[in-house]
Each structure stands twice: as C-alpha cells, then as structure tokens.
Design a protein around this ligand. Structure first.
Ligand SMILES: Cc1cc2nc3c(=O)[nH]c(=O)nc-3n(C[C@H](O)[C@H](O)[C@H](O)COP(=O)(O)OP(=O)(O)OC[C@H]3O[C@@H](n4cnc5c(N)ncnc54)[C@H](O)[C@@H]3O)c2cc1C
Length: 452
C-alpha cells in the first residue's frame, strides 16, 4: 500500500466537504492524506454560510447544528467560548449563518498539514475533470494542475441557478451590487427561503419601494416554534406504501396530534429520523408524485425560518411593503424603467400586468444534474462515470455514497456527499443529515486500505 492509496481528494470545501475532511482526519491523521479542493477563497462557507448579510440567520436551531453527530453540544460550546459570547441565551436560538461559517473554518484549521505529506491540504481552484483509473483517481484543476489519489469525493453542493433571463439579478449578490434603485418595485420570483433572504437584504440596503414575490402556489415558509418532536413507533409508519396512503396516514397523525393540543411542527420533526427510509422505500412512481404534488407543501413546513425572521416578513406583509402573488409569469417586456411583467394569478384565465424596476430570480437552485454547469459533475456524466437518477434530482449513488456509473455499477473510488445525493436519501440538504452521512462515509473510507 503506497501513500497515494491513502489519499482522499474531496472536491468542494463548503459545509459537506469540511465535515467529511474533519471526519476523515479526526483519528489517525498520519494514516491518511486529504486534499480539499475549493474554488471560492474561503473554506467552510459554500452557498449558505458566506460572510454576506448578518441578518441571514440559520434556518436550524443552534442545538441541531453541531458539526459532529456524536457531540451534539459542540456548536453551542464553541459559541459560548467565543470572545463575544454565544450571541443568544440558549441553544434553541438561531444565529447568523456567517457565524456558522466561522465555526466550520475554525473546525478544519488545526488539521492543515505543515508539509503537505500528511493531514489536510487545501487547494484553491476549480476542479474541471475527474478520471477513474484501475489504481487511482486523477483530478484536474482549471489551471492544469493534476492531483492523484485513491478516492475522490464530490461535495460540490448546490448548483446556483443562472438567472432565468439575461439581465436579472441572482439572490446571492447583494442588492447594492445589482444596482437596484431603492424606490423601484422589485419582483422576486419564488416565495421560499431564498426570497426571504433577499427581502432582508433589500431592507438592509435601505430599499423603500414595493416588493412583490411570486410563485405558482404563493406558499411562504413556516416558522419554528419551541415544540417537542412527536414520538413515532417504527411499527406504525407505513414504510413502502404508495404516496397517497402515506400522506393520508401522516395527515391523520398530524390532526390527532393537533387535536390533543400538540403543534404540527412536532409531527414534522418527529418523522424526520424516518424520512430517508420512507423515501428509499417509496415506489418510484410515488416519489415522482410526491415531487409533483406534495413537495411544495412539504418544503414550507419542513424547511422553516427563525421566528424573528417570520415576524419581520409578517410586518412587511401587513404594511403592504411586501405582496405575495400565487401566479405564473407569462411574459416580460423590458422598457426604460425596467420591465413590464405579464402574469396569470393562480386559478384565473386573464393576464395581469406589473411594472417593475428589477427582477430577482429566487426560484432556487438547479436540481437536475443534467442542467449542471459544474465541470466536475459534467466530467463524470460525460464519461459515463456517473448517471442521473430517473427523477433527475441528483446523481445515482449507492446507500453508502458510491457513485453509480452509466452501466449501473458502483464505483470503488468515486463517492459523493451532500445535496448531490438527494435522489438516494431525499433528506440530505441540511447539516444534521449531512454530518451523519459524512461520518459514515469517512468511517468506511478510513477502514479501507485500498478499495476492493
Ligand atoms: C441560502 C442557504 C441557507 C441554508 N441554511 C441552512 C441552515 O441554516 N441550516 C442547515 O442545516 N442547512 C442550511 N442550508 C442547507 C445547505 O445545503 C447545507 O447546510 C450545506 O451548506 C450544504 O453544503 P455543501 O458543501 O454540500 O454545498 P455548498 O454550500 O453548495 O458548497 C459546495 C462547495 O463546493 C465548491 N465547489 C463546487 N464545485 C466545485 C468545483 N468544480 N471545484 C472546486 N470547488 C467546487 C463551491 O464553491 C462550494 O463552496 C442552507 C442552504 C442554502 C442555499
């Protein structure tokens, strides 16, 4: 076994890449080398935890955001040890997402190698191709640098959507950078968490004009409350049932819980430990129906905002500074003041018009890997080393994260973690699930002298 056989290359240094690198190196660091490749200047931030707007809070309580599945207080203890204190009174709170980025960056910093021969090497650059050979994997960066290792793990996360139409701003840039007139009417496409983020950013940059958010159903994300998760007995959950039966059962359980004085959030949180198994045992046709008909409902109840963010949005709605429209965009006619937007309200045949100064695309992230512009993902797909799952929401991976090739064989050297693996797990977007996935994959990779 040569040194190259114990070299894991992790592509993507967002939360998933950092959590995996940490798990790979937390024991016996001399036994294994890890190279973490990240195209952004900062490690551990990715799309979610960059040092942008401090009013962008975590969507998950501090108590659930530990990087380490076997040490649930780790993040809270880190917050308490900060020079400025924990920022909030108890671990039930929601702190700025940029603080979480600081936490991840600090987590990984001590693992950095001094001489590049052991521990962690961080390489800044974009991975443009990955090749799998019988005895190694070779990863190439945009500048031509080639790195070889025994395994490569894709942790490339979310594909940020390109603006729907040329000239439209994306939610990840600040309104100031987008040059939005503070008195203009701003149309935000999408009414989910990215829309909420952008509204907060508009306010931070002094926006005075009207804000209109539009999505097909006009559903807004719900907010967290302090509730205990319901306890489900595994035997009562209809694993393997088709989606109609499953949803009827779940709605029934929510109604019973609410009738007994509980909160619907308790049911959503209580089912969470079982959602990956439910997804995996759901027939393919039912998964498809869930994505088409129930996903929007599930998303707004499952991915909730901090109560303070909810209060801010409620006030904007009450004062009509923010309007939410359930409708569908039919045309956009650019003009000297921005654009005239033509749309149809849900359930109505006639078209309405709205003059706006700017349009922001918050319709979310690209979920179809076939539409990915990420060269690392494209490289695997183009060579047939990876394939897209039948629902086109992720790449095909085995339950332990091995990437499945065009012929249906799992790779012995190529793995993936994080949102890219959602086809296999569905519930693999947030830290509580990703940290578990990374710990399990690291255990497996550490145990292997050589892939077999
Ligand atoms: C706005 C937002 C807020 C969120 N808030 C929360 C929250 O509060 N709590 C929670 O649990 N979850 C939250 N999430 C969910 C989020 O998916 C996870 O918490 C986590 O951030 C996912 O990390 P990731 O590393 O998989 O993906 P990403 O954050 O997308 O990071 C991927 C990284 O890979 C790099 N990369 C990609 N391709 C290449 C390449 N070819 N070469 C080199 N580098 C590459 C990117 O630059 C990026 O840094 C949020 C998500 C978003 C988008």
């Amino acid at each position: 076994m040569g040194p190259e056989q114990r070299h894991a290359i992790v592509i993507g240094g967002g939360a998933s890449g950092v959590l995996l690198a940490f798990q790979l190196l937390k024991t016996n660091p001399s036994d294994l080398r890890v190279t973490l490749i990240e195209k952004r200047p900062e490690i551990g931030r990715g799309l979610a935890y960059h040092a942008g707007n401090p009013e962008h809070l975590l969507n998950v309580r501090v108590m659930n955001m530990s990087a380490l599945p076997d040490d649930p207080d780790h993040f809270w203890n880190w917050l308490c040890a900060r020079p400025g204190g924990p920022l909030c009174p108890d671990p039930y709170c929601f702190v700025p997402r940029q603080t979480y980025g600081d936490y991840l960056a600090e987590l990984i910093a001590p693992l950095k190698s001094r001489d590049g021969s052991q521990g962690l090497t961080i390489v800044h650059g974009e991975c443009v191709s990955i090749h799998e050979n019988p005895s190694d994997v070779a990863v190439t960066l945009a500048g031509g640098t080639r790195i070889t290792g025994s395994t490569a793990v894709l942790a490339t996360g979310h594909d940020a959507a390109a603006p729907l139409l040329a000239g439209h701003a994306v939610p990840w840039a600040s309104p100031a950078d987008a040059g939005i007139d503070t008195d203009a009417t701003v149309l935000i496409l999408g009414t989910g968490l990215s829309m909420v983020d952008y509204v907060l950013s508009l306010l931070r940059y002094g926006h005075q004009g009207r804000i209109v958010a539009m999505s097909r159903r006009g559903l807004l994300p719900r907010a967290h409350r302090r509730v205990d998760p319901m306890r489900f007995a595994e035997s009562e959950i209809p694993f393997g049932a088709e989606i109609g039966t499953l949803l009827r059962w779940f709605r029934g359980r929510i109604e019973m819980h609410v009738a007994a004085g509980g909160d619907w959030r308790g049911a959503i949180d209580g089912i969470r430990p079982y959602t990956q198994r439910l997804w995996q045992e759901l027939p393919l046709s039912s998964r498809r129906r869930f994505l088409e008909h129930a996903r929007a409902w599930w998303d707004v109840h499952r991915h909730r905002t901090a109560p303070e963010v909810e209060a801010c949005i409620a006030e904007l709605l009450a004062t009509k500074r923010l309007t939410v429209i359930a409708g569908k965009l039919s045309a956009i006619t650019p003009n000297s003041d921005g654009a005239l937007v033509h749309y149809r309200r849900r359930g109505q045949a006639e078209t309405s018009e709205l003059q706006v100064g700017a349009i922001i695309d918050c319709t979310g992230i690209v979920r179809d890997p076939g539409a990915s512009t990420n060269p690392a993902v494209r490289s695997l797909l183009d060579q047939g080393l990876a394939r897209i799952d039948p629902l086109r929401i992720g790449i095909d991976v085995t339950p332990d994260g091995a990437i499945v090739n065009r012929e249906g064989s799992p790779s012995r050297r190529l793995y993936a973690v994080g949102p890219l693996t959602r086809a296999a797990f569905w519930e693999i977007i947030a830290v509580p699930d990703i940290r578990q996935q990374c710990a399990e994959l690291a255990k497996r990779l550490r145990a292997h002298d050589e892939p077999s």
